[in-house]
Design a protein around this ligand. Structure first.
Ligand SMILES: [Zn+2]
Length: 759
C-alpha cells in the first residue's frame, strides 16, 4: 500500500522527514547533482519568489511513511505550465508501477490546477545524439513510458543543441498536453522555453545561447514528434475535438458583475463566471446566445409575490454602495410585519450573509432571464443547454431568499419546462437545494432530487434530511440523498446513480441539473474531493440518461479549478448524450397513446410550427447529430419562407395536432426526372405502425405524378449509420455508388437509388 501526497511545506515533523528522505534519494540517484541543489529544497518550497517558480513536491509513501518515489514540479502560475524537474524512485525501488502512480498523480493535479501542459527534459533516443547503445536503450525506455501518456519530444527547435558543441546526450524538451491541450503557439512556447532556460539553467546556458534557442521557435516550424515507441495506447485520449452532438446553447448572465459584494470572505464573486467562461470558450463545445427578457410572471409562478416585490424595492432603496443584511428575524408574527425595509430583510431571508444592494436585484433578475432563455432552447428541441449565471438560485425558497440566492433560477426554468410534460430537477451542488425542494414540495409534476452534504454539518443545516419526501400531491416526489463529510468521488456518483434511477421512473420530458461545482477538491465551502475527471464522469452519467437537459449554474467557489471542472462536466455530458439513451427511450415509448394508421392526417404545406416540431421529432429519433437536426429544421424554415420556390417538398403526418413523421424531398436542380429524398423520419414512439412506408409511398406517388423516374438518397458509410442504410435497403433502394473519404478520411458517402414507375 502506498499513497501519493503533496508536500506543501517543509516545517512539520512529518514533512521534514519526507524531505530528508527525498534528499537522500536525490543524492543516491543523481550523483552529478551539485549538493547545493539538493540542500536548497526546503527553501525552494517555502519561497517561490527567489526561485521564480512555485515548487510542488510530490511523494509516494509506503506503509511506514518512507518516501519510495518523488517528483518535483515547478509551476509558473502566469504562463500556466509545469516543469517537471525531477521524478525518481528510491534506489532499488524502480519498477513496480510507482513511476506510473506518481506521474499520473502529477498529471491529475496539473489538470486540476488548470495547467496547459507539462514540460520536462528527456535524454535522446537518436543514435546521432546518443552514441552509446546502453545509454540510448535506457533513454528509449523513458521516452516510451511517457509516450503512453501522449508526451513526446518537441521537434523543430534548437532546444537539444548542446551548449558546448559535440557534447552527447543533450536532452529533448518533452511536452505532455495532459490529454487536453495542444502545443501552444510560438509566442507562448518562446516564453515557456525562456522561463525554463533562464530560471532553471542560468548557470549552464549563457544569454546568447538562450536567445538562439528561443529565436528558433517559429509558428509552423515546431511540432510534437510522431509516436516512435510501440506500446500501450495512450491511457488518456484527448477529448473529441468536435462533438458529435453539436454545440450546446450557452446563455451567460451579462449583467452578473454589477453584483459584487466586496467583503472579505464573500466567495460568491464575479471572477467565478470569468473563470468558467475562459475554459468553455476554448472547448469549442458551446454556442453563445444572448439572454432574452421574460416577464415577471415566470418568477411569480414559483415565488411569493411579496418576496419578489420586497427584493426589488429593498435593493432599489438600499443606500448607494451599501449592502443591507438581515439582522432581526421577525418571522413569527406574520400579521405585524415591520415597516422598515432593513428590519424586514430578516422576514424574507434565511441567513445573515445574503446582502440586498442596488446591484443585487438587476443581477438576479437577469439570471432568471438567462435560465428561461436556455430553457426555451430545450423546448425548441436542443438536447442540452447551459445557463451560466450568478447569483445562484437553489437556496431561494418560495417565500425566502438566502445562501447567496435571490430568485430560484433552476426552479423558474423547471416550472416553465412543465409545458413539455413532467420535469425533474437533479441538484448536485454540495449544499442541499432547499429552495427547489420547498417550491415543488407539494407538486407531483416536478420531481426534485438532491445529492448533498448532510445538513448535520453542511449549509443550510435545517433541510436536506432523508425524511423530507414531499407533501400532499407531492408526497414521494422529493428525494434527498445526504452524504457524509468525507466520501470518495465514487461514493458520490453511486448516490447520483440512485437519484437517476428515481428520475427514470418519473419519465421526465426534461431534466434541469442544478450544477454546483463545490463538490470539488479544495472548495472553501465543501469537504469533498472531486477532480476534473470526476466531473467528467458525473457529466457522462447524466448525459447517458438521455433526457433533454438544461444545466443551471449554482455554487462552486474554488476559482482556480472552476473552469476546468465545468469544462470536464460538459465534455462528459455531451459525450454521454451522444451515446445511447436507454432511460429516455423507455420513458417516451410508454407515454405515447396508441394510434392506428387510419387516424393519420396528411398534408404537404409546411406551417410555422413545423420548424420546432421537426426539430423535436428528429432529435427524438436519437439517430442524428445536432448539426443534422439543425439542417432538418432549416429546410422546413426555407419552405415556410419561400414556399415551392425553396425546392423542398414535404409530406407531413399528424394525428391530434402531433407531428408523427415527415419526409422532405425535391427535384434535383437541372434534372428532369431525378429527385432527392433529403429526410424521412418517424417519431420514436410511433414506429412499427408502418408510418415510414406510408410516408415514402406518398413521396413516390408525388414524384411519379411530376414525371420523376428515380429517387436518390445518400448517407454515411460509417458504422453509426448502419440503421439508416438498412432502412434504405428495406425500402427498395439499391446502392449505386460509394464515394470514399467523402465526409472525412475513412468515412465515405453511400448513394442509393429507387426506380419510380410512371404513374
Ligand atoms: Zn453550494
Amino acid at each position: 500500500m502506498f499513497r501519493v501526497r503533496k508536500i506543501g511545506e517543509a516545517v512539520s515533523p512529518a514533512n521534514a522527514r519526507a524531505i530528508a528522505d527525498i534528499q537522500a534519494i536525490m543524492r543516491a540517484q543523481f550523483p552529478g547533482l551539485p549538493d547545493s541543489d539538493v540542500a536548497k529544497l526546503p527553501k525552494q518550497i517555502a519561497d517561490p519568489f527567489t526561485h521564480q517558480f512555485v515548487t510542488e513536491v510530490w511523494a509516494v509513501e509506503g506503509e511506514q511513511g518512507h518516501v519510495r518515489a518523488f517528483a518535483i514540479l515547478l509551476v509558473d502560475p502566469q504562463l500556466k505550465f509545469g516543469y517537471l524537474e525531477l521524478i525518481s524512485a528510491a534506489p532499488g525501488g524502480t519498477g513496480g508501477g510507482l513511476g506510473a502512480v506518481l506521474y499520473e498523480g502529477v498529471r491529475e493535479q496539473a489538470r486540476a490546477e488548470g495547467l496547459k501542459g507539462l514540460y520536462f527534459e528527456c535524454l535522446p533516443d537518436d543514435p546521432a545524439m546518443s552514441p552509446d547503445p546502453k545509454i540510448r536503450a535506457q533513454n528509449a525506455r523513458r521516452l516510451k513510458f511517457y509516450e503512453r501518456y501522449g508526451a513526446r519530444p518537441i521537434t523543430g527547435t534548437l532546444y537539444e543543441t548542446p551548449v558546448t558543441p559535440g557534447t552527447p546526450d543533450t536532452p529533448y524538451l518533452v511536452f505532455d498536453g495532459l490529454g487536453e491541450h495542444d502545443l501552444p503557439r510560438a509566442s507562448v512556447l518562446k516564453d515557456i522555453v525562456r522561463a525554463v532556460l533562464e530560471r532553471k539553467y542560468a548557470e549552464h546556458c549563457p544569454p546568447a545561447y538562450v536567445e538562439k534557442v528561443v529565436k528558433s521557435i517559429r509558428d509552423g516550424g515546431f511540432a510534437l514528434r510522431a509516436p516512435r515507441h510501440a506500446g500501450k495506447p495512450a491511457e488518456y485520449p484527448a477529448p473529441p475535438a468536435a462533438h458529435a452532438t453539436g454545440r450546446i446553447p450557452l446563455v451567460v448572465n451579462d449583467r452578473h458583475d454589477i453584483h459584487h459584494v466586496r467583503e472579505r470572505g464573500y466567495v460568491e464573486a464575479p471572477v467565478r463566471v470569468a473563470s468558467i467562461l475562459a475554459e468553455l470558450d476554448k472547448s469549442g463545445l458551446f454556442a453563445r446566445l444572448e439572454p432574452k427578457s421574460f416577464s415577471d410572471r415566470h418568477i411569480r409562478a414559483v415565488h411569493d409575490g411579496g418576496l419578489v416585490d420586497y427584493i426589488e424595492k429593498a435593493c432599489a432603496e438600499a443606500p448607494e454602495g451599501k449592502s443591507v443584511y438581515p439582522y432581526v428575524f421577525p418571522i413569527r408574527n406574520a400579521s405585524r410585519r415591520p415597516k422598515d425595509l432593513s428590519v424586514l430583510a430578516g422576514y424574507w431571508c434565511i441567513d445573515t450573509f445574503t446582502p440586498l444592494n442596488r446591484a443585487a436585484y438587476p443581477a438576479a433578475r437577469r439570471a432568471v432571464d438567462c435560465a428561461l432563455t436556455a430553457a426555451e432552447q430545450i423546448k425548441d428541441g436542443a438536447p442540452l443547454a447551459y445557463a451560466l449565471v450568478r447569483p445562484p438560485g437553489h437556496h431561494a425558497e418560495r417565500r425566502a431568499f438566502g445562501g447567496f440566492c435571490y430568485f430560484n433560477n433552476a426552479a423558474i426554468a423547471a416550472h416553465s419546462l412543465t409545458q413539455l410534460g413532467p420535469v425533474a430537477v437533479l441538484d448536485v451542488d454540495y449544499h442541499h437545494g432547499n429552495g427547489t425542494q420547498d417550491i415543488f414540495y407539494e407538486r407531483a409534476d416536478v420531481l426534485t432530487v438532491s445529492v448533498h452534504g448532510h445538513p448535520s454539518f453542511a449549509y443550510p443545516y435545517f433541510t436536506g434530511f432523508r425524511g423530507e419526501t414531499g407533501r400532499g400531491p407531492g408526497a414521494g416526489y422529493n428525494l434527498n440523498i445526504p452524504l457524509p463529510e468525507t466520501i470518495t468521488p465514487e461514493q458520490h456518483r453511486e448516490a447520483v446513480r440512485t437519484g437517476l434511477k428515481r428520475l427514470a421512473r418519473h419519465e421526465p420530458a426534461a431534466l434541469v441539473v442544478a450544477l454546483g461545482l463545490d463538490p470539488a477538491k479544495g472548495d472553501p465551502t465543501g469537504t469533498w474531493s472531486y477532480t476534473a475527471s470526476d466531473f467528467r464522469a458525473l457529466g457522462r452519467m447524466i448525459g447517458e440518461a438521455g433526457w433533454p437537459t438544461l444545466v443551471v449554474q449554482e455554487g462552486g467557489y474554488r476559482v482556480r479549478t472552476l473552469g476546468v471542472n465545468a469544462r470536464n462536466f460538459f465534455v462528459g455530458l455531451a459525450d454521454g448524450a451522444a451515446d445511447r439513451k436507454p432511460l429516455a427511450a423507455k420513458g417516451r415509448r410508454k407515454t405515447a397513446k396508441p394510434l392506428a394508421l387510419s387516424q393519420v392526417e396528411w398534408r404537404e404545406a409546411a406551417r410555422e410550427g413545423d420548424v420546432a416540431a421537426v426539430r423535436r421529432l428528429v432529435t427524438d429519433t436519437g439517430m442524428f447529430s445536432s448539426t443534422e437536426v439543425a439542417i432538418a429544421a432549416e429546410l422546413v424554415e426555407e419552405r415556410v419562407a419561400k414556399g415551392r420556390l425553396s425546392g423542398y417538398d414535404f409530406v407531413f403526418a399528424d394525428a391530434e395536432g402531433e407531428l408523427l413523421g415527415y419526409a422532405c424531398y425535391g427535384q434535383v436542380p437541372g434534372s428532369e426526372t431525378s429527385f432527392d429524398l433529403y429526410w424521412i423520419a418517424v417519431a420514436r414512439a410511433r414506429r412499427g405502425l408502418g408510418l415510414g412506408r406510408a410516408i415514402l409511398a406518398r413521396v413516390e406517388a408525388e414524384v411519379a405524378r411530376r414525371g420523376g423516374r428515380a429517387l436518390f438518397a445518400d448517407t454515411s458509410g460509417s458504422e453509426g449509420y448502419a440503421p439508416t442504410r438498412a432502412y434504405y435497403k428495406k425500402a427498395g433502394f439499391k446502392k449505386v455508388a460509394e464515394l470514399a473519404d467523402f465526409y472525412r478520411p475513412g468515412d465515405g458517402k453511400v448513394i442509393y437509388r429507387k426506380e419510380i414507375a410512371p404513374s
